[in-house]
Design a protein around this ligand. Sequence first.
Ligand SMILES: [Zn+2]
Length: 682
Amino acid sequence: MHPLSRLACALLLAAPLFASAQVGKIGTADKSDPAEACTDFDAYANGQWLATTELPPDRARIGSFDALRVANDRLLETGLAELAANPARQTTPGLKLLAAQYRAGMDSAAIERRGLSAVQPWLARIDKAERAALPALIGEMARLQVAAPLAVFVGTDAKDATRHALLLSQAGLGLPDRDDYFGSDDNSRKLQAAYRVYAERLLKAAGAPADAATLDALMAFEKELAQASMTRVQRRDPNATYNVMTPASLKLQAPGFDWAGWLQAYAGLGERQMLIVGQPGFATGLAALAEQAPLDTWRTYLRVRALDAVAEFGPQPVASAYFDFYSGAIRGLKAAPPRVEQVILMVGGRTGGSPLGETLGEVFVDKAFSPLAQQRALAMVADIKTAMQRRIDNLTWMSAPTKALAQAKLAAMTVKIGGPETWKTYEGLALQPDDFAGNQLKIAAWHTAQRLAELKKPVDRSRWNTSPHIVNAFAAGGNQIVFPAGILQPPFFDEKADDASNYGGIGMVIGHEITHHFDDRGRQFDAVGNLRDWWQPADAAAYKARADRVAALYSSFEPVPGVRINGRQTLGENISDLAGVQIAYDGLQIALQRQRQSEKSAGKPATLVNGRTPEQRFFLSHATIWRGKYRTEALVDQLRTGQHSPGRWRILGPLSNIPAFAQAFSCKPGDAMVAGEPIVVW
Ligand SMILES: [Zn+2]
């Protein structure tokens, strides 16, 4: 996912996490001690699973998301094998390209034979680059989506969602977070050492200098970049990261770097071209380095970035270095997952947003698209939107003018479910079935050219920016919510399950994504998705007071001794969980009421299944989808760099603040699962 993909809030950690566990049964409690429901609902609902599930060496985390991802990958694996073996099945341009890249990815002999040939021309240019050539080289590398260190891409203008704009963002750090360069704690030191080894292995594989002094200089160079970078919390402010500039104005504000030459190389555009600069301070820091850092250090840095871009797709020496750093050191994996899963992830990208990702969706939808799931999900969206509408009406802290605009925004929100109406045609892209890394760079360059050609065209709202096979959901720009076919599967959605389970599963996901457009960040965008303040000042202040309570609550959670959740970094997700569960619950009540009316059985006691009321099954379903077991490294990485709270806290945080939960399980004031003063944002 691009660093500036505004408002594309994924539901889950965007990292390659897998599981081999079976997809669990919805709405069953593993333990029957009723008291535990009120002291620790995660233990109550998932205790047996947590006690008996082992984390395999090739997984960073297991849970319902991961199990479903593996199940989806199994379907894709069959589909990909059929596709590659039968040219007659390659009926669309996308499927032809996918077949070629899948074969290339599975052909380890060809990958070894090709070596580093894909990146060799770039390494040769870096070897010869003089200081004056750096801006153009950086611009050209950005065409391959290599952020070294600038990420630049065509996105949506946050203040006019109908228009495209060139967005410029800080990037190009090798360590997971800017703070990692300054920490002297064990974790930071471990990551610094691991990155140094990774860079050394990449450089050696390419025959470039990799002595201690070279690596010291590289680390010092990146530390300067980190110093100029915003923190993750700062980057959540959509106004702070919206700075309209041009190469000409950057020349004044960030002197020392040939911004016009850089943009000419990236896009063939002139110095009057409007740019939206995410972090002007980063531009200034980069420009200072362009003038002052030793040329040899620049060359080392650019080599490492170029090699990093293809390492995963490359031969053993660089591929294993890549695995040891990203999967081993950062996420704690002990072994590599099956090759086909890796190839699916490399082709599709971690959130399904890679340019070729949609082709996996073509295969997936063919195997697993359920019109019934789509129909029922749409009905759930309608109920949950109605629930949100009623909650807005009933807010005691919001004035009528803000309420009217909030209602207008909710009414204008559009939904995408399943997959796109038409598949991309990939005109002008040709791939080789034996050049995995080379293809990857071709795909990136093709995508950049396509997007640049769209810069002056209006934004196409029907486009999918994520592949339908993904187990995730999104609150997308332009006031949209998106539910790929990949998540419309058990245990999130089961056409054989009752409403209680489905509202606690996919219903909660729907509530979460709706709320994203009303979380502390999303609320700053209006009904058409423009960044525009539509709030009465007193209402904004009242909202912030509630959001502050959410931040304080989650900052008090300590999933790993010494490592707490960052309540500010995860605020949007936590608000979306809190209200998301609540409106999904309200939506279930609307659905139950409708059923009771249609059965003419109003007043009949709630239907029990396995001795459970619908309300109990709703909350058990929620706990089932968020259960998870992590490697400590992966958990620490998520806590430090992620926007999402770990699964256990996505159960405990929201449910302890929802009075209907206490009611469903007869919890009493003073119980751990019952907040003294529940936080209600929406
Ligand atoms: Zn989210």
